[in-house]
Design a protein around this ligand. Structure first.
Ligand SMILES: Cc1cc2nc3c(=O)[nH]c(=O)nc-3n(C[C@H](O)[C@H](O)[C@H](O)COP(=O)(O)OP(=O)(O)OC[C@H]3O[C@@H](n4cnc5c(N)ncnc54)[C@H](O)[C@@H]3O)c2cc1C
Length: 391
């Protein structure tokens, strides 16, 4: 037996994965403390494309189980977190020179609808060139072959993350924001966590389990606190730009003319369009991530190709935001690296959670709870039908 712990679980990081893990543990009656160095949701979880989606592009990578799980979570969120998650019809124009021809997208959407099963929002539709130009008059008509309409969902990622944190608190979790963890040390069969307090000074507590959910910070964190743990992630930067509303339909998905990557043009608040994203390997500190002129140009080039009359330039960009995807380390390039979550134990009581998608946060939190709790405790509760409501 080690010394008496001050707390059963310490969760480090108040991004969507950390707050979800805290909620899953709290609904099962566990004593949880979550420590976040900044504001809740200030990391990647407020810098995403805001899509609650299966991820159409993962179909061509044959990641059917990831897509199926994400579509199931999309269905649950549309039902139980409807204050924060809404349906999003997306138009997908297809050009003669698109990387993916009409037949391939049609097949992908058939599989997408099939994988959604009962969680399908509405079946996709196919449109002629003329129909596409009626639905989205600004589209480039040159080489346009037709297109599709399909359905996914969208959220305000920061608001949803904070709502999940509030739910965790309602079930008894304690949340300390603006407190930074600075050391993790094994102590018998416990783990000692030291952190800098917002009010100044340091504090340390003894926990039965520490779950590191620092996402893109995880490797930097291990290095900074002197823990000898091999790199867990393959960080990839993603940038978005916000411009005055530049499209008519609710949302568009299209392929970038330079590299065939999929990008989105999404409605953001009443007056603006959100355009993204880029995907490039990133080895800097996650605190320092920002958009370069190259990132902005890449996105502007895509929009100008799809909507030639716009003639967007950098002066039209109202704002940019950037985040680092905490992709679990693999031998693949960042674009095709796994989006699946990896939950690992490094020594007794110390766990890391990396990867996954925002969309699957509930399932990730649940998987962590399943790994760290006795089955009888895990089976006490389920979050699947627990509402997340605006307060
Ligand atoms: C550009 C981009 C677009 C994306 N689009 C989508 C999308 O449309 N749909 C989707 O499903 N997913 C999307 N994702 C993926 C999704 O956003 C991430 O998988 C998810 O937000 C990761 O959450 P997290 O909790 O692991 O990390 P984060 O949200 O980054 O949270 C980690 C937290 O740890 C804190 N922290 C770090 N160090 C310490 C410390 N020492 N002490 C205390 N706290 C610490 C940080 O401040 C941070 O708040 C996107 C990602 C990116 C980058």
């Amino acid at each position: 037996m080690g010394s008496k712990p001050n707390c059963d679980f310490v969760v480090i990081g108040g991004g969507i994965n950390g707050v979800s893990v805290a909620r899953e543990l709290a609904i099962r009656g566990q004593d949880v403390l979550l420590i976040e160095k900044s504001d809740i949701g200030a990391g990647t979880s407020s810098q995403s494309s805001k899509l609650i989606h299966g991820g159409l592009r993962y179909i061509e990578q044959f990641r059917f189980s990831l897509v199926r799980e994400s579509l199931k979570e999309r269905g649950l969120l549309l039902k139980y977190a409807s204050d924060f998650v809404w349906e999003l019809p997306l138009l997908f124009p297809v050009y003669r020179h698109s990387k993916r021809p009409m037949w391939q997208i049609a097949l992908g959407l058939k599989i997408y609808d099939f994988l959604a099963g009962k969680q399908k929002i509405k079946p996709h539709k196919r449109f002629s060139k003329a129909e596409m130009l009626t639905l989205e008059p600004g589209l480039n008509p040159n080489g346009l072959m037709g297109g599709f309409l399909y359905y996914d969902a969208m959220t305000d990622d920061l608001k949803l993350c904070r709502a999940v944190a509030r739910e965790a608190e309602d079930f008894g979790a304690k949340i300390l924001d603006h407190h930074q963890v600075i050391s993790i040390l094994p102590e018998g069969n416990r783990v000692r966590v030291s952190f800098l307090k917002h009010s100044g000074g340091e504090k340390s507590i003894l926990a039965k389990h520490v779950i590191n959910c620092t996402g893109p910070w995880v490797d930097v964190f291990h290095k900074e606190v002197g823990m000898d743990i091999p790199h867990l992630i393959q960080p990839s930067k993603g940038v978005h730009i916000v411009v005055k509303r530049c499209h008519y339909s609710t949302a568009l998905v299209a392929t970038h003319p330079a590299d065939g990557r999929i990008y989105f043009v999404l409605p953001w608040y009443d007056q603006t369009s959100l355009i993204g994203t880029t995907e490039t390997p990133y080895w800097g500190h996650p605190d320092d991530v920002s958009a370069t002129h190259g990132d902005i140009d890449y996105l502007i080039q895509a929009v100008n190709q799809t909507f030639p009359a716009l003639q967007l330039s950098e002066e039209n960009v109202i704002s940019t935001f950037s985040g680092v995807r905490p992709l679990a380390k693999s031998a693949r390039s960042v674009g095709s690296a796994s989006r699946e979550v990896q939950i690992q134990s490094h020594f007794s009581g110390y766990w890391t959670v990396v990867g996954g998608k925002y969309t699957t946060f509930r399932a990730i939190g649940e998987q962590v709870a399943k790994r760290v709790l006795e089955p009888s405790v895990f089976n006490r509760a389920s979050s699947a039908h627990l509402p997340i409501i605006a307060k």
